[in-house]
Design a protein around this ligand. Structure first.
Ligand code: GLN
Length: 535
């Protein structure tokens, strides 16, 4: 029988429920359990594809092409399992499925209601993820007490009746705030949020307290007493300098042992965290620092480029160096001389992005990198702007488009896939998910990857116009990777530059702490070389 752990959150959002869920996931996986993880998001959007990164942070793309919440990125980085769109469940998905079924007569004349139809649909989706697993960890997005989260909480409450309470564990993550005036940690918000959970019929088994300071035994006893859990089922998750330490912090308190005990599973085998721990050891012995400019347009939201930040960090650790990421607002590069902002950095990265705003600034960043021989990595839009820059300033195609100008430019170097035109720049007709890419022998990319065929994830609706391949190659910008099934240009390299490379895909989504992505590792190595030359 598959066991289910539900992770809810109380008091405030952004408590680190996702990291708690992911940490439990890795601890159980490293004990030999088959684990999967699912995120339930109470918003009405069907997926995260069209939500602004300002509001929601990054959109994480799974290999099967789902546009999901950034917590799925944490799950993949921690558990190191390729998860799919099924691991993401939103109110939008649930209602779409129920309404579709109703329209096709699937409810036999019944009045379709939140209970039981919506709640059943939620349960079915959770159970489906567990079909070939030992343990499923399901994180319920939002905070207990939110109106939109209620159907999810009701669904997981009912699930105890459907599959047996003994197969379910409810884990509640709350905040234990520190009140400076009295110099105390306060448990009242935790009590209130547990009451809120109980009001809808869920008694948590385990409470994880997020706090700035250690939650001592007296406080745990108090929380235990008021919330009807044993004090040894109250855990602390103190703020940490790295999320990657959380599995170790929880394991030290025997969190994973308690989860297994409560679920009636064997806890005699300890998790083998050797690769994870050696990653942390390297993290603790970094030497020196390099600066990478991240030229984006959502830089105000620190989560907007989360996977890129993580991938850069992993690559830094692989190179033994701390990577300082300097967020640069693309539009600032349009206003003045890019030199003023970029002269201090060791490398430049232009990540993905949608729409016209900031594109000229990103083109300016690519120009600066090319002319000054600064290592440059362009991801998706970052490759496209490097191509436009090359077209304008090396090939002299003065009209080379700036993405949205398709209709004005008869033969844009970057054009919409399959003849689509100026439609909303996100949504269903994007090229999404993993596609193969064949690497050309003798290119930098083929030596970085060390293989001829790779597979990477995509999310775009513009691409390189293949009629320009010859012209670009003659001038030194060569095609290093092509999709063998569709012929799309996937990688371009500037042959006359120490390290200038653009990829149409998103390698950041597949970098792991214990398996840093080779492109990022080589990019940071080039940045390190550049910084040594400079100093
Ligand atoms: N807006 C560009 C496109 O649709 C780039 C997308 C991206 O960077 N993810 O192709």
């Amino acid at each position: 029988m598959t066991k289910y752990v539900f992770v809810t959150g109380g008091v405030v959002s952004s408590l680190g429920k996702g990291i708690t869920a992911a940490s439990l996931g890795i601890l159980l996986k490293k004990r030999g359990y088959k684990v999967s993880i699912i995120k339930m998001d109470p918003y009405i959007n069907v997926d995260a594809g069209a939500i602004s990164p300002f509001q929601h942070g990054e959109v994480f793309v799974t290999w099967d092409g789902a546009e999901t919440d950034l917590d799925l990125g944490h799950y993949e980085r921690f558990i190191d399992e390729a998860i799919t769109g099924e691991n993401s469940c939103t109110t939008g998905k649930v209602y779409s499925a129920v309404i579709q079924r109703e329209r096709s007569g699937g409810y036999n004349g019944a009045t379709v209601q939140v209970i039981p139809h919506i709640t059943n649909e939620i349960q079915d989706r959770i159970l489906r993820v567990g079909e070939d697993k030992d343990v499923v960890i399901a994180e319920i997005g939002g905070t207990v007490g939110d109106i939109e989260g209620l159907p999810f909480l009701e669904a997981i409450r009912q699930l105890a009746g459907r599959i047996g309470r003994e197969n379910i564990l409810y884990c509640h993550v709350t905040l234990v705030p520190y009140i400076a005036a009295s110099g105390e940690l306060k448990t009242k918000p935790t009590q209130h949020s547990v009451n809120e959970l109980r009001r809808i019929g869920i008694q948590p088994d385990i409470i994880v307290c997020r706090s700035q300071y250690p939650v001592g035994i007296e406080l745990r006893e108090k929380i235990g007493l008021f919330c009807s859990v044993m004090p040894d089922c109250v855990f602390e998750a103190m703020d940490s300098d790295s999320i990657y330490r959380i599995p170790g912090i929880l394991h030290k308190q025997e969190f994973d042992t308690m989860v297994l005990r409560k679920l009636g599973l064997d806890y005699s085998v300890q998790p083998d965290m050797s690769d994870w721990n050696s990653f942390l050891e390297k993290y603790d012995s970094l030497n020196g620092e390099i600066t990478v400019a991240l030229v984006g347009k959502y830089t105000e939201n620190k989560d907007a480029y989360l996977s890129v930040n993580e991938a850069l960090g992993h690559a830094g650790i692989a190179n033994g160096v701390k990577v300082k990421i300097m967020p640069v607002e693309a539009e600032d590069l349009e206003k003045g001389d890019p030199q003023d902002i970029l002269s201090k950095v060791d490398a430049i990265l232009v990540p993905g992005g949608f729409g016209q705003r900031g594109v000229e600034g990103k083109i300016a960043a690519a120009k600066y990198a090319r002319e000054n021989k600064i290592p440059y990595l362009g991801l998706c839009l970052g490759m496209q702007v490097a191509i436009i820059e090359f077209a304008r300033n090396v090939l002299g195609l003065s009209k080379a488009n700036s993405l949205e100008m398709d209709e004005m430019t008869p033969h844009p170097v970057i054009h919409y896939i399959g003849g689509q035109k100026n439609i909303c720049d996100t949504g269903g007709t994007s090229r999404l998910g993993a596609f193969p890419c064949e690497l050309k022998k003798g290119t930098r990319s083929s030596s970085i990857y060390g293989s001829e065929m790779i597979s990477e994830r995509h999310r775009h609706r513009l691409e390189f116009n293949n009629q320009y391949i010859e012209l670009f190659e003659k001038a030194g910008m060569i095609v290093a990777g092509v999709c063998p099934t569709g012929g799309q240009v996937e990688i371009m390299e500037n042959r006359d530059h120490p390290w200038m490379l653009g990829v149409q895909f998103h390698p950041e989504f597949s970098s792991r702490p214990v398996r840093p992505h080779p492109l990022f590792v080589d990019f940071i190595a080039a940045a390190l070389k550049n910084s040594r030359v400079k100093n």
